[in-house]
Design a protein around this ligand. Structure first.
Ligand code: PMP
Length: 421
């Protein structure tokens, strides 16, 4: 495995930690040390590790159906879809995928097919998965990124060709210049893809969101909320219920699979119908080449949908408590840092936040770049020695299993680390 990892995001120097067990809010490494886990597999494990109700659900799903995969339509697909619609009322129709990456890929293809326009727009610093169209301007260098009024589209990976770079327009986040760029390219742009809370922790301003919704409607551009991080994590209805704005398409992932690979693309019926093998309101079967291609061996996997449904059931009762615990941790951390004379903001909404060592207002990627990462990195490595796990420099996510005991342990570890800085 190149670099010893199967996903580059899992690497950190000099080498990542190897884990071999977990329970509740804790992970255990191969040397037997335990850690309060704030990575939670990049936010996926909203119920923490090894939740007994999920184990039980998986066993009984196998027992009851005698298999774990049908390769045909099945009941859980409908139950899960109804659950999505309950919390995301704009999802007239939906389709399942196996990851967040596949979900945004499908959403963009739907938007391009529906509008007949083949450029897309994304925001600087926003992540949507690992393919050429969106692997642009995630973390561009100062020398390459261009002006904040009109950022350059800069590849964030090797192997992306120049023609691809020109097909994606990069917009500044939380910055009204984005609207001028959109108007300029409106005839070519079929979709705007946005993390409504950048990186899961920098919220968009509400007037910025309203203007984005207004303009995309005005110019026949499909507005896609990528809620892979925020869905069922900042609240049950995601950023769209927080802002009171309905996008045309929504992508979900992470939490909804209960720790297993699942993605959803849902939204307006007329856009999703691009992928229907039969004509609307008739039984006429379309030729495959006249239909937007969407397929996948594991789409709508019964075991995963069962685990996801159970996860959401539990969150309906327990999410408020997670949000309260997150607020408590954020305020205790801010108090501790201020006692130590270090300017720090615990930024985020819902059950995700980030520890940003800066006094300045953080509205987008460029503001974020100015924070003190050197000190943050020192703190993060020391926290690993003190039983607190997060990949250095990463955001924090909480689960239903993070309680007052874990928060106290975290604050004590921080106290020790900050004192020793
Ligand atoms: N979109 C967003 C907003 C994400 O945070 C991620 C994953 N971090 C993805 C898409 C891609 O999801 P996956 O890793 O499941 O492919």
């Amino acid at each position: 495995m190149p670099g010893g990892v199967t996903a580059n995001i899992k690497f950190f120097s000099p080498h990542p930690l190897f884990m071999d067990g977990g329970e509740g809010a804790y992970l255990r490494d191969v040397d037997g040390n335990d850690y309060v886990d704030y990575m939670l597999s990049y936010g996926a494990l909203m119920l923490g590790h090894g939740h007994p109700a999920i184990k039980e659900t998986l066993y009984s799903q196998i027992e009851n159906s005698g298999t774990w995969l049908f390769g045909t339509p099945h009941e859980l697909e409908i139950q899960f879809a109804n659950k999505m619609k309950q919390f995301f009322p704009g999802m007239d129709f939906l389709r399942y995928t196996n990851s967040g990456t596949e979900a945004t890929l499908l959403a963009l293809r739907l938007a391009e097919s529906y509008t007949g326009k083949h450029k897309i727009a994304k925001f600087e610093g926003h992540y949507h998965g690992g393919y050429n169209k969106v692997l642009l301007s995630l973390d561009p260098d100062l020398a390459e990124r261009g002006s904040s009024e009109e950022p350059n589209s800069v590849p964030s990976s090797k192997g992306i060709n120049r023609s691809q770079v020109q097909e994606t327009v990069v917009l500044p986040y939380n910055d009204n210049n984005a609207f001028e760029i959109l108007k300029k390219h409106a005839n070519e742009i079929g979709a705007v893809l946005i993390e409504p809370v950048q990186g899961g922790f920098i919220p968009a301003g509400s007037s910025f969101m309203s203007e984005l919704r207004y303009l995309t409607e005005e110019y026949n551009i499909v507005l896609i909320f990528d809620e892979v991080k925020t869905g069922f994590r900042i609240n049950l209805g995601g950023a769209q219920s927080y802002y009171g704005i309905q996008p045309d398409l929504t992508t979900l992932g992470k939490v909804i699979g209960g720790g297993f690979p699942l993605g959803v693309v849902g939204g307006k019926k007329e856009i999703l119908m691009e992928s229907s093998p039969i004509k609307e309101d008739s039984s006429e079967i379309l030729k495959p080449r006249d239909v937007l291609f969407h397929s996948g061996t594991y789409n709508g996997h019964p075991l995963i949908l069962a685990a996801g449904l159970k996860t959401i059931d539990i969150l309906e009762n327990e999410l408020d408590n997670v949000l309260m615990k997150t607020d408590l941790l954020k305020s205790e951390l801010e108090l501790l840092f201020s006692e130590k004379g270090i300017p720090m903001q615990a930024i985020g909404i819902g059950s995700i936040f980030n520890v940003i060592i800066s006094e300045e207002r953080i509205l987008n990627y460029r503001d974020y770049c100015e924070a003190n990462f050197k000190m943050r990195k020192k703190i993060d490595y020391q926290l690993l020695y003190n039983g607190i796990y997060s990949k250095p420099l990463s955001r924090y996510s909480l689960s239903t299993r993070h309680g007052e005991k874990e928060i106290e342990r975290t604050i004590n570890a921080y106290e020790k680390v900050l004192t020793g800085l």
